[in-house]
Write a protein that binds this ligand. Structure first.
Ligand code: NAD
Ligand code: IPM
Ligand code: MN
Length: 363
């Protein structure tokens, strides 16, 4: 297999801490499994601003464009919240998604059986949970124009954003959802607000059109408010959920809690050519940054997704997932998934334990 190029963008807050553990996993794949990868690290978000005065430095974008896959930690922090909007860390992330045309965001909410008691929901509600949120990532209200804050003639300020989708943007994310469902339980639930918003009424119509090409997949529709409620009431009714950018942002944080913690949920953001950026769905967690206690598993599981979707090494992805499962079998838990009777560990100990199992499995 040719050497793969991976752009590593740690970002801010807990970003560098969790990325260090993911890099240990990649190093182990090289040493113990002969997986050839070249990693290049670059600043993004607040780190990009500190180094080069902008959240997505030109050099970082070039490195990301020239790589086979991008691994990102997290961006953002209170220190940067008062900067002009174009200079804020989040713009670095949004800029990467847009520049690389990563329109399809896959966020799998899978509950490891060992973590049933770590969820805030009852065991019978969450055990066996395995759902996939397919979030549209380069359109919708996040990117729609016009947007801004203006002063009205009477002197009062008004803020505005635009929810806008072209049919083609809806169709391509719909196709991703149906293709994904075909490899799973063959059910797609499209989440919208068609009872109020015209744009998502179009979303619903296009989903119905796409469904005609997938007679083997069952399509249902749900309003987003009900979907949020159903996710905590009876999440196992869902297989694949497909939805608008902002709805997907919100619903995926909600789904994360079903898996025990937001520190468990990885993601893949893909373009038409399966090139992807891989990151945990959580943020830079400023409240725990620098203390070595963040859960690195969502980031390590994002490496698994990277191997599966962009680097053509699904067998290595499975090894990583198995190593994570064995680490949980050992009773190791970071604070966010800790329950009585387990062993509380920090970020590095958790990463080392996963690497230990990976190495052992290679023998
Ligand atoms: P957050 O996801 O950073 O944190 C929410 C809560 O979850 C916090 O209590 C945090 O400690 C906890 N948490 C998150 N990840 C964890 C982990 N791996 N292990 C243990 N606990 C974890 O969300 P927030 O506080 O709303 O946002 C903080 C900053 O992150 C903001 O600047 C925001 O814009 C940014 N953000 C970035 C991304 C990203 O880079 N993809 C995603 C979300 C938020
Ligand atoms: C996420 C984050 C980002 C988003 C922010 C940081 C721009 O919340 O990846 O879920 O809203 O998409
Ligand atoms: Mn989010």
């Amino acid at each position: 297999m040719a050497t793969k190029k991976i752009a590593v963008l740690p970002g801010d807050g807990i970003g560098p801490e969790i990325i260090a553990e993911a890099v240990k996993v990649l190093d182990c794949l090289r040493d113990a499994y002969g997986f050839q990868a070249e990693m290049e690290t670059a600043p993004v978000g607040g780190a990009g601003y500190d180094a080069y005065g902008k959240p997505l430095p030109d050099e970082t974008l070039k490195i990301a464009q020239a790589s086979d896959a991008v691994l990102l930690g997290a961006v953002g922090g209170p220190k940067y919240d008062t900067l002009d909007r174009p200079l804020r860390p989040e713009q670095g992330l949004l800029g990467l998604r847009k520049a690389l045309e990563l329109f399809a965001n896959l966020r799998p909410a899978l509950l490891y059986p060992q973590l049933v008691s770590a969820s805030t929901l009852k065991p019978e509600v969450v055990s066996g949970l395995d759902l996939m949120i397919v979030r549209e990532l380069t359109g919708g209200i996040y990117f729609g124009q016009p947007r801004g804050v203006r002063t009205l003639p009477d002197g009062e300020k008004e803020g505005f954003n635009t929810l806008v989708y072209r049919e083609s943007e809806i169709r391509r994310i719909g196709i991703v959802a149906f293709e994904t469902a075909r490899k799973r339980s063959k059910r797609v639930c499209s989440v919208d607000k068609a009872n109020v918003l015209e744009c998502t009424e179009l979303w619903r119509q296009v989903m119905i059109e796409v469904a005609r090409d997938y007679p083997d997949v069952q399509l249902s529709h749900m309003y987003v408010d009900n979907a949020a409620m159903q996710l905590v009431r009876a999440p196992k009714q869902f297989d694949v959920m497909v939805t608008e950018n902002m709805f997907g942002d919100i619903l995926s944080d909600c789904a994360a809690m079903l898996t025990g913690s937001i520190g468990m949920l990885p993601s893949a953001s893909l373009n038409e050519a399966q090139k992807g950026m891989y990151e945990p769905i959580h943020g830079s967690a400023p409240d725990i940054a620098g203390r070595g206690i963040a859960n690195p598993l969502a980031t390590i599981l994002s490496v698994a997704m990277m191997l599966r979707y962009s680097l053509g090494a699904p067998e290595l992805a499975e090894r990583i997932e198995q190593a994570v499962s064995r680490t949980l079998d050992d009773g190791l838990r970071t604070g966010d998934i800790f329950v009585e009777g387990c062993k509380k560990v920090g970020t590095a100990q958790m990463g080392d334990a996963v690497v230990g199992h990976l190495r052992a499995m290679a023998k």
